[in-house]
Design a protein around this ligand. Structure first.
Ligand code: 8X3
Length: 248
């Protein structure tokens, strides 16, 4: 199996890379931070063949060139994990900063589309493949001060459904994964480096970990051929809904 993971250098992407290495999948790890990619390659290539691609999912030419540059023995991608994405800023819509909005819409929506476009053609030709899109509980429930992030993840939900409608007939499975509160760099990025504010998000309850989500991705991609795990929502046990969390 060959798996390509975007946003592989941290959080859910990294945990998924580690879990896939345990399954002996060959890994194409994509990210924007070359030093982190190199470090991860060094770690995981002890277990399995690893190839790294350094590009920004928001630039279609970069994405296309990177995927086209794959050596022949790496071209037949079986699994695409569209994990790259972020939340940037959190404020009422009237105070939102359009450059923050661009980060979210360009990364979470356009980026996912660009990478998918570059990978799907080969999957269709081979009549096999599995696309895993990382959505969020935010794609199912809009919350105050998060309109644009929630909109970007609602778009991911629609794209997962739309991809499944278009690609099932070509032998391609599509899985939508919607995590709730996962403690990663997510909130530090959302709050632009304010680690105190970020820590508060996970205070008083046990949040999910990146590897909890990687486990669900493994479950989806190892399901029998006749089974598609179409849509999974994973919440912390203390979390009843996007913003309803029981804290001690
Ligand atoms: C991240 C989870 O709770 O901020 O996608 O919507 S949340």
């Amino acid at each position: 199996m060959i798996a390509l993971i975007t946003g592989a250098t941290s959080g859910i992407g990294r945990a998924t890379a580690e879990a896939f290495a345990d399954l002996d999948y060959r890994l194409i790890l994509c990210g924007r931070r070359p030093d982190r990619l190199a470090e991860l390659e060094e770690q995981l290539s002890l277990q399995t063949p690893v190839l790294t691609l350094n590009f920004d999912v928001r630039d279609y030419n970069d994405v296309r060139e990177a995927i086209e540059s794959l050596p022949d023995e790496w071209k037949a991608i079986d699994i695409l994990v569209n994990n790259a994405g972020n939340a940037y800023g959190m404020s009422p819509i009237q105070e939102g900063d359009p450059t923050d909005w661009d980060q979210m819409i360009d990364g979470n929506v356009q980026g996912l589309l660009y990478v998918s476009k570059a990978v799907i053609a080969g999957m269709v030709a081979r009549k096999r493949g599995h696309i895993v899109n990382l959505s969020s509980i935010a794609g199912k429930q809009t919350y105050a001060n998060g309109a644009v992030y929630c909109a970007s993840k609602a778009a991911v939900e629609a794209l997962s459904t739309g991809m499944r409608l278009d690609l099932t007939q070509h032998g391609i499975k599509v899985t939508n994964i919607a995590p709730g509160a996962v403690e990663t760099e997510f909130s530090v990025v959302r709050f632009k480096g304010d680690t105190e504010r970020a820590a508060k998000v996970y205070e008083g309850f046990t949040p999910l970990t990146a590897s909890d989500i990687a486990d669900t991705i493994v479950y989806a991609v190892t399901a029998p051929a006749h089974v598609t795990i179409a849509d999974l929502t994973i919440l912390a046990s203390a979390q009843a809904a996007a913003t309803t969390i029981t804290r001690k």
